[in-house]
Structure formats: structure tokens, C-alpha cells
Design a protein around this ligand. Structure first.
Ligand SMILES: [Zn+2]
Length: 323
């Protein structure tokens, strides 16, 4: 059993999806009177890890009623087709803007290969199976599901992606936030708690919508947020402030980069590198303010992957916005 896996109250279990490496992406199981909902799917490679945890609880894929990716980015939904293939009794619940990509994943696959190349795609994601349209439930704007007597509410939360919803579990007063409530790895710990920051991954980052979506989640007065990246976090006022500040700061860093590169003979690859360095500087300074307990090199290593993706997303946001 993976050392990152955790059992929480209310039949909630977190399973390490082993996406790229340990400790990057979570999959959550919800148990309710012998039935299971799987929130986030990791990738096709993650399926055996969930199988193992179900077996340890005396459950199997036959007990899965719902498979629920918060959005169709492949670290969240890449395993959906394989899970649906294994879970014969399950329905897939997905945002209406993501449904078509689950039924026919060819565009999703092509888009991801364009970013990572064929070899890395296979390594990270394996085979992506399509999901039969008759097994797909679209959860629009506000949507409720009775999960074996347990009410799950779905809230449209654009800003990270337009095909993103968050799932509010009334029983545990917790929200499965996908990427809407940012990235907060437990290892990014400081004297004042965990560093948390926005995920501005390509290609639909929208800072205004993201700030509104965070407010929407907080209006539900949740006690716990279950982040996909990674594990649970208590949404204290300080955490919310830090997260919202990162949304604004990241957008400002991108806009400053836009100005810096205007009229300069530099390609957009340079702009991505430039933005990434500014993101790193900002986050490392924030860690210093919060009281570092590890070396700067340790923190820098642990934010390298996400600041790169964030920089690519911010660069794309600049290129499609008419500033
Ligand atoms: Zn995402």
C-alpha cells in the first residue's frame, strides 16, 4: 500500500495516483453503505492502485456507482475510460464542456501529445479508452446526485478550465476541489503552514473567473478541501488569502512579461522561461516570508514542474488576450 494513501472520516480515502511520481496527484474514494464513488481518476496507470485499496476494504470495481473527474485534464480524467471499462455498474459524471472529450478522447490525446510528445504521453498516460455516451451524466451549473442516500452537489467552477466543476459532499462538509482551490503539496511546508498557489495550466486560465470560483466554494463554508495536488487542507482565511493573492500575482507577472517582451526580438519560448523564473521568485519569496524550514533548493525542486506548466498556461493566456 502506498505510504501517501490516507483514510479520512466519512468513508473518504485518498489514494496516490502515482502520476509521473509519488505525491503529485490524488484519487479519492467515497464509500456510502457498500457503494463507492471515485473522484478523480489519475491515469490508466493508476487503476491497479485503486483496485488494491478496494480489495483491502472488501470492495471491488462492481461496487462503484460513480466515476467523477473534476475536469478533463489528463491527470484528473486520463483513467476515466479504463475505470469505466472495469466498473461495469458505474456512471461517469462530468462537466458538460468535458463530456464530448470523454466519449471521443481523440482531440484530448492529440492535444496532449502536442505538448509532451508520443513517448512521454505513453509513459504518463498509457492508453485512453473512450466512454460509451449512454453511461455519461453531464453535471451542469448546479447539479445534485443522490449517492446511495448521500447528497453530492456539483458547482461550475471555471477559471482553471471551463470544463471544471467541484463536488461538495454535504455529509462531511468538504469539497473535492480538483485544481480550482490551487496546488498545495504537503512537502511545501513552512513555519506558518503549507504553501498554496493557483494552477494556471494551459489552455483556459481566466483569473477573474478563478477568483469568483474560489469565492463560490468558500460561500459553502466548507470545513475541509480535498485537493487533487495533494491531499486535504483546511481552508483558513490565511490560506484563502494566499491562494487568491497568487491568482492576481501570477496574472500580473504574465502582464509584466508581456510588456518586457514587447518590441524585443525574443521568441515565446523565452517568455515562458522568463515567466517561470518570476513565478519561482515569487513563490520562494512567499516561502521566506512564511518561514522556510527546508533549503531554498529543496523548495525550488518541488515547484519546478508546476511553475513550468503554470508559465505555459500564462503565456497562452497572454497570447489569446488582446492586451
Ligand atoms: Zn487541470
Amino acid at each position: 500500500m502506498n505510504r501517501n494513501n490516507k483514510n479520512y472520516n466519512h468513508g473518504i480515502t485518498m489514494i496516490d495516483a502515482e502520476y509521473a511520481q509519488s505525491g503529485i496527484a490524488s484519487i479519492y474514494l467515497l464509500e456510502q453503505a457498500g457503494q463507492v464513488a471515485i473522484i478523480e481518476t489519475g491515469t490508466t496507470h493508476s487503476v491497479p492502485y485503486v483496485d488494491e485499496v478496494l480489495a483491502s476494504k472488501g470492495l471491488s470495481f462492481d461496487d462503484v456507482a460513480y466515476v467523477i473527474p473534476t475536469h478533463v485534464h489528463l491527470d484528473h480524467a486520463g483513467g476515466a475510460g479504463e475505470f469505466m471499462h472495469r466498473c461495469k455498474n458505474a456512471k461517469l459524471i462530468v462537466h458538460p464542456f468535458g463530456a464530448a472529450h470523454m466519449i471521443d478522447p481523440s482531440k484530448l490525446i492529440a492535444g496532449t501529445i502536442a505538448v509532451y510528445g508520443e513517448k512521454l504521453f505513453k509513459k504518463f498516460y498509457g492508453e485512453i479508452r473512450p466512454v460509451d455516451a449512454s453511461r455519461v451524466i453531464e453535471a451542469p451549473g448546479f447539479f445534485k446526485v443522490d449517492f446511495n442516500g448521500r447528497e453530492l452537489e456539483f458547482y461550475d467552477t471555471p477559471g482553471h478550465a471551463r470544463h471544471h466543476f467541484c463536488v461538495y459532499d454535504i455529509q462531511s462538509k468538504s469539497i473535492f476541489t480538483g485544481d480550482t482551490f490551487g496546488i498545495g503539496y504537503p512537502q511545501l511546508m513552512t513555519k506558518q503552514g503549507r504553501l498554496i498557489f493557483a494552477a494556471t495550466t494551459p489552455v483556459q486560465f481566466d483569473p477573474g473567473s478563478l477568483l469568483q470560483s474560489i469565492d463560490c466554494l468558500m460561500s459553502l463554508k466548507p470545513e475541509i478541501m480535498y485537493l487533487t495536488h495533494f491531499g486535504e487542507i483546511t481552508p483558513t482565511p490565511e490560506i484563502v488569502k494566499q491562494l487568491k493573492r497568487s491568482v492576481r500575482q501570477f496574472a500580473n507577472i504574465a502582464l509584466d512579461a508581456q510588456e518586457y517582451f514587447t518590441g524585443k526580438d525574443k521568441n515565446s519560448e523565452n517568455r515562458v522561461d522568463y515567466i517561470q523564473q518570476k513565478l519561482k521568485d515569487y513563490l520562494l519569496d512567499t516561502i521566506d516570508e512564511m518561514g522556510a524550514i527546508e533549503s531554498r533548493a529543496f523548495y525550488e525542486k518541488n515547484i519546478d514542474f508546476d511553475t513550468k506548466l503554470n508559465a505555459q498556461g500564462l503565456d497562452f493566456w497572454l497570447s489569446k488576450s488582446a492586451w
